[in-house]
Write a protein that binds this ligand. Structure first.
Ligand code: CP
Ligand code: NVA
Length: 324
């Protein structure tokens, strides 16, 4: 693992890269490795019951425009374990839900809290929030990115496989969603090959993919996208899927069940992966839709380690962005 790089500036200039955690693409490989290293340290401290109040007295505001179990609880518990406090703000209950602007909300909240986590729909909204906030903004999921989840996924892969070197991750299902995009951005940073199996019309966003491909050329990572699940999963060390219908797409659920049917992660398909493959899913999962119970509840599945690692990975993000 590479050495920890200390965050370079915290000068409240509102520069997205320096102050916020919106996507993995705005971080260098070194920064991602140092976050993973910090997460492992924090995990050890927590497991040994050693207090680690790096954020004593700090407050995180958490705005949710969409439902959540893991993100809400892990950020809240993480702040508590770091000696701080988190405030849950449902968009239904705050004035933003009645039309107060993002700009004003960002400016006002920045006067009270030391960091803001947001789960929302359009990625542009979180960028606008970051532009007007003077405290760090953390992406807790947008329609196009889920970087906190993928940092936890990378931590889980590292724990189970020891290194990213020579690994191939295969993602099957909706290529044009938050998980697929953040996995692409994360894999290319840590030097892990990635293949995406997705039906025609559900490929990753062109701009995101183009940027990932550019970076892959430099880092020597193999990125493959195709429609054939058998071909894409062949020899995979890590198999990942996600729901076929993401939050906000409920009207398309019936159509998606048909379109994605042949991308189900099941015993037959997984026979083509390596014998010691691990299976990841960010959860919540729909058994017998995107994955069979035999896989998600079977010996290759590490989905509950993955869910736990949300806590440790996010504590590293919080510490990095909010520690004085
Ligand atoms: N994986 C994930 O983000 O879960 P929640 O929707 O429960 O937060
Ligand atoms: N792609 C899923 C992830 C849920 C954590 C969604 O956006 O609903």
């Amino acid at each position: 693992m590479q050495n920890v790089l200390k965050w370079e500036t915290k000068d409240k200039t509102n520069k997205v890269h320096d102050q916020h955690f919106l996507t993995l693409s705005s971080f260098s490989s070194n920064e991602i490795f140092s976050l993973l290293e910090e997460a492992q340290k924090l995990k050890k401290l927590q497991k040994k019951g050693i207090p680690h109040p790096y954020l004593q007295g700090k407050v995180l505001g958490m705005i949710f425009d969409k439902a959540s179990t893991r993100t809400r609880v892990s950020f809240e518990v993480g702040m508590l374990q770091l000696g701080g406090h988190a405030i849950f703000l449902s968009s239904r209950d705050i004035q933003i839900g009645r039309g107060e602007s993002i700009q004003d909300t960002a400016k006002v909240l920045s006067r009270y809290v030391d960091g803001i986590m947001i789960r929302t729909f359009e990625h542009q909204s979180i960028e606008e929030f970051a532009e007007h906030s003077t405290v760090p903004i953390i992406n807790g999921l947008t329609d196009s990115h889920h970087p906190a989840q993928v940092l936890a996924d990378l931590l889980t892969i590292l724990e189970h496989k020891g290194s990213f070197k020579g690994l191939k991750l295969c993602y099957l299902g909706d290529g044009n969603n938050n998980m697929c995009h953040s996995l692409l951005e994360g894999a290319v940073k840590v030097g892990m090959d990635i293949s995406i199996a997705t039906p025609k019309g559900y490929e990753p966003n062109e701009i995101i993919l183009e940027n990932v491909l550019k970076e892959a050329k430099v880092t020597g990572v193999n990125v493959e996208c195709g429609t054939d699940p058998q071909k894409m999963i062949a020899g995979a060390d890590v198999v990942v899927t996600d729901v076929w219908t993401s939050m906000g797409q409920e009207d398309e659920a019936a159509k998606r069940l048909e379109v994605f049917a042949s991308y189900q992660v099941n015993d037959g398909l997984c026979q083509l992966a390596k014998d010691d493959f691990i299976f990841l899913h960010c959860l919540p999962a729909h058994r017998e839709e995107e994955v069979t119970a035999t896989i998600i509840d079977g010996p290759h599945s590490v989905v509950f380690d993955e869910a736990e690692n949300r806590l440790h990975a996010q504590k590293a993000i919080l510490k990095l962005l909010m520690e004085s």
